[in-house]
Design a protein around this ligand. Structure first.
Ligand SMILES: [Zn+2]
Length: 357
């Protein structure tokens, strides 16, 4: 093998030549400023990542300061009334949350949406437990603060999920749900130093969620109408439901016998007002005035966010969204997650002014 030996004299000579060459180059007009510019550019490229990441680190640290109030205590177990079995079961709290997330949100949803659902379900459950401890269990199930149906939150045990969904689902999807719950273990939503009492959610809003007071009785500061722009994959978009005027009129009169509708015909049906979330607030039907949510209930419409068209003897309701429209839109959460939003951003969007600890 041939080895190149470079003497110190040769190195000094080369360096002198390079220095002379750069002196000549820099003496050419415009070369000096260009060289300076390139030097600055190199410096900028080296330092840019440092300056760009520094504020993000600061922001992240700022986003979760330790709270100045006492955090709620999550018990190890929770009592849940299981309707099919007809008895109350004592379940591990976090395992119960897994069974709720599996039953309340499609497992195909994005991980960040499932994590948001886990925090909402955990918060709702603990609020019900605390409420029951202070004022007693609900009349519908006097032995437990929660039940396993839509009356509270739908819950299915691991065994019943295995039976309903099959072995493949248990390997892939159940694992994903458990991971969403584990990654947010113990996290709860707070508003103004208090545990959120009503972490309500619905399937999809149709574009905008509702103020609590427009759907239920009272105003809640974190349940206010917000845009829900990423619901493209939602079910029940522009869903049409048609009825004959006679059938429509019979259903309303049957459900609300105390409203004096009189004769209902195609010329006396009209939407009077809408909420800020675009749901029908009041309708004039015959001689009566009725709330949009009651029309939704009588006709079994997916949402009170509807338009009405009448053609001859047929009345058609075109509705958008599914559910009451208050709090987190599940399809909206999935849409946000797919756009890159974290579960924390999703939760603070749908539950205005809340913090997660
Ligand atoms: Zn219940």
């Amino acid at each position: 093998m041939r080895i190149h030996r470079i003497s110190a004299r040769k190195v000094r000579k080369t360096l002198r030549r390079m220095a002379a060459l750069s002196k000549d180059l820099l003496s050419i007009p415009f070369v000096k400023p260009i060289a300076l510019f390139l030097l600055l550019l190199c410096l900028l490229l080296v330092l840019a990542p440092y300056f760009l990441t520094k504020p993000i680190e600061k922001q992240e640290k700022k986003a979760s300061p330790s709270p100045s109030f006492e955090l709620a205590q999550i018990p190890k177990t929770i009592d849940v009334y299981i309707y099919e079995a007809g008895n109350t079961e004592t379940l591990d709290f976090e395992e119960y949350v897994k069974g709720v997330v599996a039953s309340e949100m499609p497992s195909s949803f994005h991980m960040e949406a499932l994590k948001a659902q886990a925090v909402a379900a955990r918060t709702y459950s603990l609020a019900r437990v605390n409420k029951a401890a202070a004022g007693g269990n609900p009349e519908a199930h006097p032995d437990a603060p929660l039940c396993d149906t839509t009356h509270c939150q739908v819950y299915r045990s691991e065994d019943s999920l295995k039976k309903i969904k099959g072995a493949k689902w248990m390997t892939d999807d159940w694992h994903k749900i458990c991971s969403a719950v584990d990654k947010t273990k113990g996290q709860l939503l707070y508003y103004d130093g208090q545990l959120v009492q009503q972490a309500l959610f619905h399937s999809s809003s149709g574009g905008k969620t509702e103020n609590s007071e427009d759907v239920f009785t009272s105003a809640v500061p974190y349940l206010v109408s917000v845009e829900s722009p990423y619901e493209n994959d939602a079910t029940h978009q522009n869903e049409e439901n048609s009825f004959s005027i006679y059938d429509f009129s019979e259903r309303l009169k049957g459900k609300y016998p105390n409203i004096a509708f009189g004769d209902i015909n195609s010329s006396n049906i009209e939407i009077i007002s809408r909420s800020s979330g675009q749901r029908v607030e009041k309708m004039k039907i015959g001689d009566g005035i009725i709330e949009g949510r009651n029309v939704r209930e009588a006709l079994g419409l997916p949402s009170a966010n509807f338009a009405v068209t009448i053609s001859g003897d047929t009345i058609t309701f075109t509705s958008s969204g599914s559910g009451h429209g208050v709090g987190m839109s599940q399809y909206g959460a999935d849409g946000m997650a797919k756009k890159g939003y974290s579960y924390k951003k999703i939760l603070s969007h749908y539950y205005s002014g809340t913090k997660i600890y």
